[in-house]
Design a protein around this ligand. Sequence first.
Ligand SMILES: Cc1cc2nc3c(=O)[nH]c(=O)nc-3n(C[C@H](O)[C@H](O)[C@H](O)COP(=O)(O)OP(=O)(O)OC[C@H]3O[C@@H](n4cnc5c(N)ncnc54)[C@H](O)[C@@H]3O)c2cc1C
Length: 392
Amino acid sequence: MMTDFDTIIIGGGASGLMCAIAAGGRGRRVLLLERAEKVGKKILISGGGRCNFTNLNVSAENYLSENPHFCKSALSRFTPADFIALVEKHGIRYHEKTAGQLFCDGSAREIVTMLLAECRAAGVDIRTHCAVNAIRKNNRFSIETNRGTFRADSLVIATGGLSIPKMGATDFGLRVAKQFGLRIVPPSPGLVGLRLGAAEMRALGGLSGISVPAEVSCGGQSFREAVLFTHHGLSGPAMLQILNYWRRGQTITINLLPDVDLAEAISGWQKTHPKTALKTRLSEWLPKRLVRHRLAPPFDAKPVNQLSLKEIAAVTRAFQAWDISPTGTDGFRKAEVTRGGVDTAELSSKTFEAKRVRGLFFIGEVVDVTGWLGGYNFQWAWASGWCAGQFV
Ligand SMILES: Cc1cc2nc3c(=O)[nH]c(=O)nc-3n(C[C@H](O)[C@H](O)[C@H](O)COP(=O)(O)OP(=O)(O)OC[C@H]3O[C@@H](n4cnc5c(N)ncnc54)[C@H](O)[C@@H]3O)c2cc1C
């Protein structure tokens, strides 16, 4: 069994597979080590089983990082069009869902099959069920595993973030970074639902199951998507997105009627429907349960013509500037991604090699670059993997 390679990649997820394809395609002898029984497990469950594999509108603004410029180079060198070309080469049918999000028509499995076919064509040696016990570096890297010791000139860490430990996520990549003295931006769950305190939760009690389009804002960032009320807090795409920007102690503001000037609408109804109860009019726009929750007595039963200007302002605040104070999130157990990771200041944005450790590369989610919901995280994985693959 061959033990000497040009490059060893640890982690057979999106970024590791893409890096292997690029490096193998350059004629490098590549070994890819995966701890699980198969590669690409997160790809398989992604996008509800259809894999939202990229987004047509990718730009640096769709990513969070301590250095927002770091991702620009890779995103411009391997673009959504490059990944789409690969998908089309393999005859995978896809569609645009919303706002540039591309999904497979069939199944996410097609993407994994495509990546494995490309790995085969590039001569990549893939070993699954492979647990790494130790990494040593002299002139070359020496990787001790439960399946023997392997050596290579370069080592790529593509072991992803901490999200969903049940799927095999570990802090392996961060431990390797620490072993080599690289700084880490503290990790936290991203694209995750939020938790509320007991009192706030009790108040929301009857709303579970409701989903409404809304605008949510926090820390100068806003998203317009669905908000979902759950048994233990708030979720839905809008909440997952804003949680990437939320920091403990901050409030999140929900506008349930982002396309409406509510104060103006109410003064209009005072002329056209003076005797109607406010809740009747609002229930034309929002679920009745939600209207009841936001319209505290005495506003709920009052005819619109009896509302004072002060009361109209209070109602408007209740629907369009509803402040909630999360106590926490659903955690890594449910998070789609991990914020933070290996500090980008430690890495070259061109090659992904550690500036202080020759031959050591970090790609994908283990790096402090986190994308929005909507195919941005896979595009980062493909782009960072492909770029590193040109230099390993
Ligand atoms: C439920 C869910 C749905 C998602 N849907 C989407 C979506 O539709 N679109 C999108 O853009 N993003 C989506 N994401 C995010 C996306 O899956 C990740 O951002 C992306 O997979 C990161 O790629 P990666 O290669 O860095 O890590 P991963 O894909 O997580 O791959 C890491 C690999 O390393 C392996 N590994 C870990 N530790 C070791 C070790 N010690 N030794 C060997 N191997 C190891 C893991 O088993 C895994 O195979 C989703 C995430 C989740 C959890």
